[in-house]
Design a protein around this ligand. Structure first.
Ligand SMILES: *Cc1c(COP(=O)(O)O)cnc(C)c1O
Length: 388
């Protein structure tokens, strides 16, 4: 099919919920991808932080294919060794107690909300504090958790029981914790909100406050997790111990998977029948995830993410058209001085570079396995677009 045929079919048969760019990818290899007409792209998106090991990593692809040829799915009423082995590896890498597997970030956050509500149920504490400018997903409950009115419009009423506070404003959160609150939920780096890292003092103060008030600390690591910021989970760079961690995007290297991880102490909070997912813990997704978790949790791999992130950040900061760069590891956003971020994204695609935006910033979430050569080639295209 030519690009025009693909686009015509898309417009005819797919709900127009995405503002699509005129690129259709049909093949990829690490940080390079090719479209239907054979044009090559450098990829700074990793499918929005999903392809942690890049496109079609050979070890990952072999593990997935092998599992598909062995047993592709089984009912969650039975035990699965792929499931249990992944849970152990993930909990050990995350420093958490137990995992619930689902299929997306929104579902992982739904589970976190259920855990928090059950925790507060006996003392009548059902409210959850989230941050203004956060992003937690598209289901009606996770939309309610998302502290951005723009996402709520047209879909009211949402799930009740969410309160919002400004990031960094510990006194405001202190005031909200009046006995009706069971949990606080936040991202360590707000992704969709514009790549905004939380201040260390705020996060540590919040963790202390939650402990004092017997309020659960829930960390949404859907975008920041799986090595993205240079630690396995971003919270591990903040010296805190969350009660619940949610993860998705990069976890299975490109297959749909999410997980809600709870602390040792909360290990038995949900009882049989209280949560479930037909596809949750699917063995094929688990086989991919086991390769991702083993490779990414290696300290040398995490160190390489930190180094690549520092290199990319420094190169971006050196561009005269860039006002500032913020983020952590290979999760970076750049504010441009005069150019519109979305226009730059479209021009980059035309020149063979795939990037993202977040609010009015251009955003970079390259595969964690990107080479220096591919970063340099992508940066050269980015520079050319900024100079045009
Ligand atoms: C992407 C994202 C989600 C939603 O994940 P889905 O898999 O799209 O449901 C939730 N929280 C954060 C921080 C995200 O970046």
């Amino acid at each position: 099919m030519t690009f025009d045929q693909i686009k015509t079919q898309d417009k005819a048969y797919i709900l127009p919920t995405y503002g699509r760019v005129d690129v259709a990818l049909v093949q990829g290899k690490n940080a390079r991808a090719w479209d239907a007409e054979g044009k090559e792209y450098i990829d700074f998106t990793a499918g929005i932080g999903v392809n942690a090991l890049g496109y079609s990593d050979p070890e990952w692809a072999a593990a997935v294919a092998e599992q598909a040829g062995k047993i592709q799915h089984l009912c969650n009423y039975y035990y699965s060794p792929e499931n249990t082995a992944l849970a152990q590896a993930l909990c050990q890498a995350a420093g958490m107690g137990k995992a619930f597997f689902c299929n997306s970030g929104a579902e992982a956050n739904e589970c976190a909300v259920k855990v928090a509500r059950k925790y507060g149920e006996k003392r009548g504490a059902s409210q959850i504090v989230t941050l203004v400018n956060s992003f937690h997903g598209r289901t009606l409950t996770t939309l309610a958790a998302t502290g951005q009115d723009g996402f709520h419009r047209d879909f009211l009423p949402l799930t009740p029981g969410f309160l919002y506070a400004e990031a960094g404003d510990l006194p405001a959160i202190d005031k909200l914790l009046d006995g009706s609150v069971c949990a606080v939920l936040l991202e360590m780096v707000q992704g969709e909100g514009g790549v905004i890292p939380m201040e260390e003092a705020f996060v540590q103060g919040l963790a202390r406050l939650c402990k004092e008030r017997d309020v659960l600390l829930l960390v949404d690591e859907v975008q920041t997790g799986i090595g993205r910021t240079g630690t396995f989970y971003a919270y591990q760079g903040y010296g805190i111990e969350p009660d619940v961690v949610t993860t998705a995007k990069g976890i299975a290297g490109g297959l749909p998977m999410g997980a809600c991880l709870v602390s040792e102490a909360l290990g038995d909070i949900l009882t049989p029948g209280q949560n479930g997912s037909t596809f949750g813990g699917n063995p094929v997704a688990c086989a991919g995830a086991r390769v991702v978790v083993r490779r990414v949790s290696d300290p040398a791999f995490l160190q390489s993410v930190t180094e690549k992130g520092a290199y990319l950040k420094a190169r971006l900061e050196a561009l005269p058209q860039v006002e500032y760069v913020r983020g952590k590891g290979l999760m970076l956003g750049a504010k441009l001085k005069d150019k519109d971020a979305h226009e730059v994204l479209v021009q980059c695609a035309g020149e063979g570079l795939l990037i993202l935006t977040a609010k009015d910033l251009v955003r970079f979430l390259p595969p964690l396995t990107i080479t220096k050569e591919d970063m340099d080639q992508g940066l050269a295209i980015f520079q050319k677009v900024l100079e045009a």
